[in-house]
Design a protein around this ligand. Structure first.
Ligand SMILES: [Zn+2]
Length: 254
């Protein structure tokens, strides 16, 4: 049950801000899904967005949580999922980033994030961002004598309004890493063998200290092998598609 905060953003009957799936997983992989949920706490009144806007890619990584859960089952891996939307506070952005609590996302004004006070920003940090990363930290601390590889599962929009909605991004999947290429290279080579797939290398996103947080904070600081996997969202629309991607990633990790 979430902590009740003084201002009533989170109610006692709302879901936890962080979920640990398969906590006793025996795999050397630990999975994280920063953008698993599009949930906005009731107290934040949808941040002024419509329900349709909250179903879209600005609020979450569509399909990523399903792939991550299924992959965690295949691997018998522990998976950490964020329980609330990236629009509340983005768990994969440094707190100093203008996109941490973004007032605009892909051209959509997020009214509930406009003109926040420092106290309101700190409250979001304390209620959503810190608990998520604290759980990842505790899991990695407890495994400090084991080999661990950290795999971050994301999905990306086939087209961005700001890039022109007609411009389809070509990659089906992309891999990124920072400084430690082993895992990302392995995944890239394995997926690249499938001629049907356009596989990105540091595409659609490279990992950058300015914009990324999770792998910088948890993998690089501990010198863990790691990779960020980005799957294009139009391939994650059905159960069978998310199952196929989970199996594909599982095979590629062998
Ligand atoms: Zn993401």
């Amino acid at each position: 049950m979430p902590l009740l905060d003084a201002q009533g953003i989170l109610r006692a009957d709302e879901p936890d801000v962080v979920e640990v799936f398969n906590p006793k997983g025996r795999s050397e992989f630990v999975l994280v899904c920063d953008h698993a949920s599009n949930r906005i706490p009731i107290g934040l009144k949808q941040l002024g967005l419509t329900s349709a806007e909250l179903q879209g890619h600005i609020a979450w990584d569509l399909g990523a949580a399903q792939v991550a859960r299924k992959l965690a089952v295949h691997l018998d891996a522990t998976l950490v999922l964020s329980g609330y939307s990236r629009l509340v506070i983005d768990c994969n952005r440094p707190l100093v980033s203008p996109q941490s609590i973004t007032p605009v996302s892909d051209g959509v004004v997020v009214q509930g994030n406009v003109g926040l006070t420092e106290a309101e920003r700190a409250q979001r940090r304390d209620l959503f961002f810190e608990p998520y990363h604290q759980v990842i930290r505790q899991i990695l601390d407890a495994r400090s004598s084991q080999t661990t590889q950290l795999l971050s599962i994301h999905s990306f929009s086939p087209a961005l309004a700001q890039e022109g909605a007609d411009t389809l991004r070509p990659w089906h999947v992309g891999m990124s890493f920072k400084e430690k290429p082993t895992l990302a290279d392995h995944l890239y080579q394995a997926l690249h063998k499938n001629e049907q797939l356009c596989v990105g290398y540091h595409e659609p996103y490279a990992i950058d200290e300015e914009f990324d947080y999770t792998l910088i904070e948890h993998a690089l600081k501990r010198q863990l092998e790691h990779a960020m996997v980005e799957i294009r969202q139009d391939q994650l629309m059905t159960e069978s598609q998310t199952s196929q991607w989970a199996e594909r990633l599982f095979e590629a990790l062998q």
